[in-house]
Design a protein around this ligand. Structure first.
Ligand SMILES: [Zn+2]
Ligand SMILES: [Zn+2]
Length: 435
């Protein structure tokens, strides 16, 4: 009777042995591969492929092959998820593995300067952070546990178009240094899919407030012995209710780009949403969400509440309101997680680094532009000086007993108009730093 060795379990692998003649098996480390991971090697020639906005497909720059993606346009009809506590908990804990991660082998780059984590293709050797331009980035394997986006808007603007768009944007406007336009030349644009949540809901609000209405009444003035009219405020409690629908309110999932910059990049046209295919990310960067579903929903709900509050106040046809209170009940809440395309770059001008971003769907540019304050102050002077000069000349001649009253008044008027224009100019110039 011969004894047989029990087989090595399949999840054990052979490891280095310190003892001669003895073979050691240890539990295999967990596979880093995501179950349905695909890489984007060209099946024809083996080169690395990338998604091309022009071809709207994955293309191989080496042999020219074009591969269409398994994706359909779903637009605003894209599947939404019911926002019940159960659904959210389920989404967070029980989402099956094939609905997590990117669905393709990716690598994470973590920026040690600003803390951003960016997902790149495993073959990409890029070493700069698209958010802050720092080259202190460290690579690590992508954590495959985040929700996978179900829909996205593909890039429609080619990377080559970015510098031209940035030049046109830098050249626009009067407040800026005239040589600013050349700063676009050195900008390196990185295409990146940014994470967003969309929320839909219906808000029901009831409000109550004391509303004052002006009443004209007649009274008898004992002093003058006659009837007069006066207005007084009559305060009454009033109440009302509204029901407002919200559709696809965008809420950012990234902390790396501030809200005002995102607002100036908007709008994104959600009718172009297509179902997610990992191929869209081939050759592009993507960011996992940093702001989770619950935090984003809190912020979105806050915004909806503010809009509902404004709508309630609008129902009251008086400007005298006190003790206003309202409630807000939400129903039909739904959410989805989407990716939106953007190009990011920094440019240097006069020793300073400025951020610039381009909407990857529409080509809308937003960012920081240094204001040429010398230009602005010269204009302020040109606007206010004529009035000052005329008024002081008239005052001086007036003191010498010439008849100059009319000129003095004209000078004052000129000054007031010039100062008002100058104040408006200064206000616009202050805001123009974020164009
Ligand atoms: Zn090829
Ligand atoms: Zn950074």
């Amino acid at each position: 009777m011969s004894e047989t060795l029990s087989p090595i379990p399949p999840d054990y692998v052979r490891v280095e042995s310190k003892l001669e003649g003895i073979t050691v098996y240890a539990p295999a480390p967990p596979a880093e591969q995501i179950p349905d991971a695909r890489d984007f090697k060209c099946p024809n020639c083996g080169a690395t492929t990338a998604y091309s906005p022009r071809a709207a497909s994955v293309t191989c720059a080496n042999c020219g092959s074009i591969y269409t993606l398994q994706s359909e346009n779903v637009g605003r009809q894209a599947a939404e998820f019911e926002f019940t506590l159960d659904a959210v908990k389920h989404a967070q804990t029980a989402t099956p593995q094939q609905l997590r991660g990117w669905g393709v082998t990716r690598r994470d780059l973590r920026c040690e300067n600003c803390g951003a984590t960016v997902s790149v293709a495993p073959t990409e050797l890029a070493t700069t952070c698209p958010f802050c331009g720092s080259n202190r980035v460290a690579a690590r394997t992508a954590a495959p546990d985040a929700f996978r986006p179900r829909v996205l808007i593909p890039f429609q603007i080619e990377r080559e178009a970015c510098v031209q768009l940035a030049r046109a944007w830098l050249a626009r406007g009067w407040f800026y240094p005239s040589d600013l336009v050349h700063a676009a030349r050195g900008a390196q644009f990185t295409g990146i899919y940014l994470p967003f949540w969309t929320f839909s809901a219906r808000v029901h609000s009831a409000w109550r407030a004391q509303v004052g209405r002006e009443k004209r009444e007649q009274y008898f003035d004992m002093g003058e012995m006659k009837f007069k009219t006066r207005t007084r405020l009559e305060w009454n409690w009033e109440q009302g209710k509204i029901s407002l629908p919200f559709n696809d309110e965008l809420q950012s999932g990234t902390r790396r780009i501030d809200a005002s910059l995102l607002k100036r990049l908007a709008p994104y046209h959600l009718h172009a949403l297509v179902t997610y295919d990992p191929g869209f990310l081939a050759g592009w960067r993507a960011q996992s969400y940093e702001i989770g579903l619950n935090e984003a929903w809190d912020a979105a709900r806050g915004n909806m509440r503010e809009i509902a509050r404004a709508a309630c106040l609008e129902q009251i046809d008086s400007r005298h309101i006190r003790n206003f209170s309202m409630n807000a009940a939400f129903d039909d809440e739904a959410w989805r997680f989407i990716l939106l395309p953007a190009y990011l770059a920094t440019y240097r001008f006069a020793g300073k680094t400025h951020q610039i971003a381009i909407n990857g769907q529409t080509g809308q540019v937003a960012g920081e532009k240094p204001v040429a304050w010398l230009k602005v102050w010269l204009a302020v002077g040109a606007l206010t000086l004529p009035g000052i000069l005329l008024a002081s000349a008239a005052a001086l001649l007036g003191a010498l007993r010439f008849q100059t009253g009319g000129w003095f008044v004209l000078g004052l008027i000129l000054f007031v108009v010039g100062a008002a224009l100058a104040a408006a100019l200064l206000h616009r110039a202050t805001r123009a730093q974020d164009a």
